[in-house]
Ligand binder design. Structure first.
Ligand SMILES: Cc1ncc(COP(=O)(O)O)c(C=O)c1O
Length: 392
């Protein structure tokens, strides 16, 4: 009987300019190939301590409870929620995109009652609506996405934080796309729990979810009536492995991913977080200018553009997938389509971490221009009419 032959992996080298993951910095890739040690090796303990220090720098926090959860961004989301929620707790969930919906789903699965405050996709959540929900409920927390990757909107947080605390609730923030690319001040803005992911502006592989929690949040967690329903994501046991000098085994940490995260954070530290925020802002602005010069429309409210990802309307004379396929096959560039209700309607172009640079802005603008031009020519030939068609 002939045996199937499995060839060596040979993935295409794409430029990942979508909504994440992003390309991995070469220094981070190098860290992934270093010798593995045990998860309780003294060497690894030092790596853990420094990773936590660097995470505090990235989150702009002094929170003791700061560590990377072993799992993707959704594990961070689930951990943030399941540690706080007990059966019947009311949580205000702000929804203006795909990931707000996910938060609401998790709240309900944790036995909480999700009180939804909605805004149209691509718009911010207004403080007054959050206040109204707080005034009419007994909410234990408000959960909100900082950079809604599905629409490219950046949510202002300070006012929402103030009103949340006026009602003595906790503020839980999804910073999956914003950490390391967009201004974020966990302590100054009074964020109680903030989680992120390794594969966006930190330019690391997916698989770790940095999280930080204030003392106020930890007091709520420590005074729960019932145990956290997830054993794996229970912060008060994970902290015994990550943060106590007498470390207790919790799970086998993904050691190489932690090396990678430490290197990704070391890059951020060397650049300086403020410089990095400015770099992201500068490059996204250049991208937006270029897109508009080519007649494309930005989907998102331009007063609140996220510096890491921008959403563009797909012109009505092309098919979303045709252009994305052309970019992938002819230019080796991946951009993202829309999620949920925006499927087929928008493209999402990300400039995250190592990928936020002038060269990539030029590359994607030229590739898009050429792809749209070819498509226009094809359309003109096939359809034989030229109504309202912009020529690129
Ligand atoms: C804002 C936001 N939250 C949560 C997630 C979920 O993260 P992951 O896909 O790493 O589980 C994502 C992923 O793109 C995201 O963009």
């Amino acid at each position: 009987m002939s045996r199937k032959v499995y060839s060596e992996l040979n993935p295409p080298q794409r430029l990942l300019l979508g909504a994440g993951p992003t390309n991995i910095d070469p220094r981070v890739l190098k860290a992934l190939s270093l010798p593995i040690v045990e998860h309780l090796d003294p060497y690894f303990m030092e790596v853990m301590d420094e990773t936590v220090e660097l995470l505090r720098y990235a989150f702009k926090t002094n929170n003791r409870m700061t560590l990377p959860i072993s799992g993707s961004g959704s594990a961070g989301m689930e951990s943030a929620l399941c540690n706080v929620i007990e059966s019947g707790d009311e949580i205000i969930v702000c929804i203006n995109g795909f990931f707000g919906e996910r938060i609401s789903e998790i709240v309900q699965r944790c036995g909480g009652k999700s009180i939804e405050v909605r805004a149209p996709w691509g718009r911010i959540i207004e403080r007054d609506f959050v206040e109204e929900a707080l005034a009419n409920s007994n909410a234990k927390a408000v959960a909100i996405v900082h950079a809604e990757t599905s629409t490219g909107i950046l949510q202002p947080l300070k006012e929402i934080s103030n009103v949340t605390h006026e009602y003595d609730a906790l503020l839980i923030v999804d910073a999956v796309t914003s950490l390391g690319g967009c201004e974020l001040f966990v302590d100054e803005w009074g964020i109680d729990i903030c989680y992120s992911a390794s594969q966006k502006c930190l330019s690391c592989p997916p698989g770790l979810a940095p999280i930080t929690a204030s003392e106020r949040a930890m007091n709520v967690i420590r005074n729960r009536r019932t145990k956290v329903q997830s054993w794996y994501l229970d912060l008060s046991t994970i902290e015994k492995y990550w943060l106590e000098s007498n470390r207790v085994y919790h799970h086998t940490a993904p050691i190489l991913l932690v090396y990678a995260l430490r290197e990704g954070l070391r890059l951020l530290y060397e650049e300086g977080i403020e410089n990095r925020w400015m770099r992201h802002k500068r490059n996204i602005q250049a991208l937006i200018r270029g897109l508009e010069e080519r007649g494309l429309e930005i989907f998102t409210d331009k007063a609140h553009i996220c510096p890491a990802v921008v959403a563009v309307n797909v012109p009505n004379w092309v098919k979303d997938e045709d252009i994305r396929r052309r970019l992938r096959e002819e230019y080796n560039i991946a951009i993202s389509g829309g999620l949920g209700e925006l499927k087929g309607k928008i493209w999402r172009i990300g400039l995250m971490g190592v990928n936020s640079n002038e060269k990539n802005v030029t590359l994607i603008l030229n590739a898009l221009k050429n792809s749209l031009k070819i498509k226009t020519a094809e359309n003109n030939k096939n359809l034989q009419h030229h109504t309202n068609r912009k020529i690129y």
